[in-house]
Design a protein around this ligand. Structure first.
Ligand code: FMN
Length: 319
């Protein structure tokens, strides 16, 4: 695994195990289906596990749990609730909201340009109050489109009283275009291996291995975890990259999903047969619009890149 500071001088600044055992406490709350988010968190916190840090892992789930791999109908049928922020119940969770931690990591993924429903379910409970007054760092895995979901996540953390200082975003390997095939392939079949012209799907192992640099920085900055006015700890480490080619499809996707989510909700809740035609109409529109939107985006991207490069680089520093 690559660490950001392999030289001895920097390592010596990292706190060693205190004789009295005054360990810093980190809480990791996460949800993961195919394992991307879990693997990312494991790699990130590995440097912390080697030092005087007590790590509490809590894997959350919804009740009932979402299937994996998905059936197409169930997959698209969760769009309305994801977009309109109406999550299911949270499965039993062993977490005392009054317990205090020095740092909280939230591992989450994007579903339909929104935080996934199990993560939204967590924020809808009192458990989320565990974040009150505590520094929160988010670790997101997704295909490529995360900006709107990120904004929603920031709002959820703020509403729970958490202090969100850093966001790490890890996207799927391969070209943006091919991830439109590899990502659904994982979700609908559970398979992520390379076949024919398709690259392997999901987050690349090499990308996961590089996440240890964030854990190393967190260790190095351990004295700052509890600073009175928390400021970002991961500055300069390239925590996220904004893919300009995804901006226009995301913008159009958001509008489209909001309309269909509202229509579907008017017809009933998840699994309701009456809303099924609306869901399949949404899928049809998605299939028809995708090639058009991607073509327009391919034409406009070089211009957008020139206009937005600096602004997006600044944005990626503060997401
Ligand atoms: C129902 C569903 C909807 C998704 N929607 C998006 C999306 O809007 N944007 C995106 O970039 N990825 C989307 N994804 C892809 C996941 O965010 C991605 O596969 C992530 O790596 C999953 O992590 P996990 O397997 O650890 O849960 C979606 C996945 C699912 C299951």
């Amino acid at each position: 695994m690559t660490t950001e500071y392999p030289d001895d001088t920097k390592q010596s600044q990292i706190p060693q195990r205190a004789p009295g055992g005054t360990a810093k406490r980190v809480l990791i709350v996460y949800y993961s289906q195919s394992g991307d988010v879990h693997r990312a968190l494991e790699a990130l916190v590995r440097p912390l596990e080697m030092r005087d840090v007590e790590i509490t892992w809590r894997r959350i789930d919804s009740a009932p749990a979402y299937p994996f791999p998905w059936r197409a109908r169930e997959f698209f049928d969760c769009m309305p609730e994801a977009v309109s922020g109406e999550p299911p119940a949270l499965a039993q969770l062993d977490l005392d909201a009054t317990e205090r931690f020095d740092l909280i990591l939230i591992g989450w993924q994007v579903w339909f340009l929104s935080p996934s429903l199990p993560i939204q379910a967590f924020f809808a409970t009192r458990h989320a109050e565990v974040m009150r007054g505590t520094r929160v760092i988010t670790v997101t895995c997704c295909r490529q489109m995360w900006q709107r979901a990120q904004a929603k996540m920031r709002a959820l953390i703020a509403a729970a009283g958490g202090i969100h200082t850093d966001s790490i975003v890890v996207t799927h390997q391969g070209s943006a275009l091919l991830t439109y095939i590899t990502a659904p392939r994982i979700m609908l079949t559970g398979r992520r291996d390379k076949i024919a012209f398709l690259p392997a799907g999901g987050v690349a192992r090499t990308e996961i291995d590089k996440l240890g640099r964030f854990g190393s920085r967190l260790l190095e900055a351990a004295d700052r975890w509890a600073e009175a006015t928390p400021t970002p700890l991961l500055t300069g480490l390239r925590t996220a990259t904004v893919n300009v080619a995804s901006l226009l499809p995301e913008l159009i996707g958001v509008g489209c999903m909001m309309v269909f989510a509202r229509l579907a909700r008017l017809c009933g809740g998840p699994g309701n047969l009456i809303r099924l035609p609306v869901i399949w109409l949404f899928v049809l529109l998605l299939m028809l619009l995708l090639p058009i939107v991607l073509t327009i985006s391919a034409v406009l991207t070089p211009v957008l890149k020139r206009v937005l490069t600096r602004r997006l680089a600044r944005y990626a520093q503060v997401v």
